[in-house]
Design a protein. Sequence first.
Lengths: 141, 141
Amino acid sequence: MTEKRLTLLLDFHSGLPIYTQIVNQVQSQLANGMLKPGDQLPTVRALAEELRINFNTVARAYRILDEARIISTQQGRGTYITEIPPPETTEKLRRESLAELAQRFINEALRLGCSEREISRMVRDRLGRESNRSESGQVKK
Amino acid sequence: MTEKRLTLLLDFHSGLPIYTQIVNQVQSQLANGMLKPGDQLPTVRALAEELRINFNTVARAYRILDEARIISTQQGRGTYITEIPPPETTEKLRRESLAELAQRFINEALRLGCSEREISRMVRDRLGRESNRSESGQVKK
DNA sequence: ACACAATGATACAATTAGTACAATATAAAA
DNA sequence: TTTTATATTGTACTAATTGTATCATTGTGT
């Protein structure tokens, strides 16, 4: 009954593989509470149709998440968020995702001709701005 | 989905290399609005067939445009006009682009559930790795 | 003849899509 | 209740589409 809508936003020009984007976004939605243990994810076909992609691409993302013990896929039954997401594996996957994001950002910045100092400083700047924002108002619900 | 026709006119007697002609014409079409950020260019093979040339020549043109950050090529996906198109990097534009990149990166990282410290540290990590690599490495064209 | 740049040929890797199948659930039939 | 049929779900393998890498060939100038 608890079929999540699982609103995912794909960027087909980002250079990030679609299955990676799905993995990252499911992971992040679990991290920030939009998804909870026990929740059923859309079927590979349903999500594929909604995103206008092939269901194998969804299946690939689900398989990665399954191997990371984030979700539990069962043939003929469906796909669910793991009841007890092993912290160390979610942690691992999250760090990997972060590393991927970071590397990508850095590469693009470098190609833009930015110096490392510039990049580093910009990140510090923006991070500081973020923390100010969250201090003045809770976004969580 | 919106595959551009990308009408290119080659002059095989101009003495100008074909790949250079492709580079120039893509650039000018981007400049005068015939091409816009996000547009997908024809595949190397499709354009090659249309122009009756080898697809490696197209690939070479695309690679040059990619290095110039005009377009973004992704193996297995396709080739697109870069979303953030300011290679005309005045200092100001470059900083704005960097800010945009950084903000996007940070937002995604936060959505992943990463802490600010984690994000900051990951960027430092990766930047350090990058500088090691470039010590032995390549200079821009 | 030689050097070098441009182009072409071939093999490869990454991503996504297509097809057939197996496991499970659900409902109908006995 | 048990059995059977059908639909639903994920899986496995394969194909198609994309750009990449490397080397061979061609052509031009010295």
